[in-house]
Design a protein around this ligand. Structure first.
Ligand code: AVJ
Length: 332
């Protein structure tokens, strides 16, 4: 653990270790030796991948970011008054754009105390923390550099005599996890909740497949570049020799599972050496590598997930077009 004390009201602790650096190696070793090749989506997000994702969020086809922001603007006051919250714990905080809306509502309500962002990117977290304490006088930030799949136990507990907390997982990130893992993760997040605390969860909703598929296969090809970026990451980190342009971007809505699937399809036979792992991998022409699932929800399905995770839905907010939902849930 390393502590980087900045000004008095910003504290940042890092829990990333060698085990986290090995996570790409282990995921690639597992994923590329399976009969149906697969790499988990968490490895998209190096500096270039994060930048491509930010561009995706501004694409006309990619509605989730705008829809979620609309809900936050419309409902932050209700969320804060309903919970009485003065603390926001955000899992995967990134640039903290969405947090700012909730923190502003807490500030207006006079309850604002602390922001606890958890993110793998120290640079993004530190920049956001400094901006926010500048913006809100009464705010202190306790940042946690880590991976919310491994480091939830590092989230600081509620302050003594503390205020209710909102634990937020926004952007539809929960959709990246297949159903069993999703329920396990929701249960672990639930363990952070005291009786008066609430989970705030962002989920994309089931809709016309043409709208969904366009959001993951934009006309400018930004999502295609984002998808292929995982090959650049593997090349750099594990000394592999993927030729990213030899792979075609695929995105389709799987109606049975109600999720978007992204894949990379080899345009021709490819023999890839992952030197860092001493691994040679063959792709047949047309063979596909799954790089992401992004689940789309209905209210009943989400309620079933909550229940299986020991949680219960309290309140449900959507945008005007019913594209995206924010849920407030409590621990049972
Ligand atoms: C960041 C996981 C919410 O699933 O919509 C965007 C990632 N992938 N375009 C999503 C993503 C392709 C995004 N999440």
């Amino acid at each position: 653990m390393r502590s980087a004390a900045g000004c008095a009201d910003v504290r940042i602790q890092s829990f990333l270790s060698e085990a986290d650096e090995r996570s790409l190696a282990n995921d690639v070793l597992d994923g590329l030796t399976r009969p149906f090749k697969e790499i988990p989506p968490k490895h998209f997000y190096d500096a270039r991948g994060s930048e491509l994702f930010e561009r995706i969020c501004e694409l006309p086809e990619y509605y989730p970011t705008r829809a979620e922001r609309e809900i936050l603007h419309a409902s932050a006051e209700a969320i804060v008054s309903r919970t009485g919250a003065g603390e926001l714990v955000e899992l995967g905080s990134g640039s903290a754009e969405k947090a700012r809306i909730l923190l502003a509502a807490m500030s207006t309500a006079g309850t604002l105390r602390r922001y606890v962002p958890l993110d793998v990117s120290e640079r993004a977290l530190e920049a956001a923390a400094l901006e926010l304490v500048d913006e809100f006088d009464e705010l202190s930030v306790h940042g946690v550099i880590g991976d919310f799949e491994r480091h939830l136990n590092r989230v600081p507990g509620p302050a003594a005599g503390g205020t209710p907390r909102i634990v937020a997982l926004l952007g539809g990130t929960i959709g990246n996890f297949p159903p069993g893992t999703r329920r396990r993760l929701l249960r672990e997040i639930g363990r952070l909740l005291e009786p008066h605390d609430r989970l705030l969860l962002g989920t994309d909703l089931v809709k016309d497949p043409a709208v969904l598929e366009a959001a993951y296969d934009d006309a400018d090809g930004v999502t295609a570049e984002f998808n292929r970026n995982v090959l650049h990451v593997i090349n750099r980190e594990l000394e592999a020799d993927f030729v990213p342009d030899a792979f075609e971007h695929i995105a389709f809505f799987d109606r049975r599972h109600e999720w978007i699937e992204m894949r990379l399809r080899a345009r021709r036979p490819c023999s890839v050496l992952v030197a860092g792992l001493g691994l040679r991998v063959e792709f047949a022409a047309g063979e596909e590598l799954r790089t992401e699932i992004s689940a789309k929800f209905t209210r009943p399905r989400l309620e079933a997930d909550f229940q299986a995770a020991g949680l219960a839905l309290d309140q449900w907010f959507t945008d005007g077009d019913g594209l995206f939902a924010l849920s407030l849930a409590r621990r049972l």
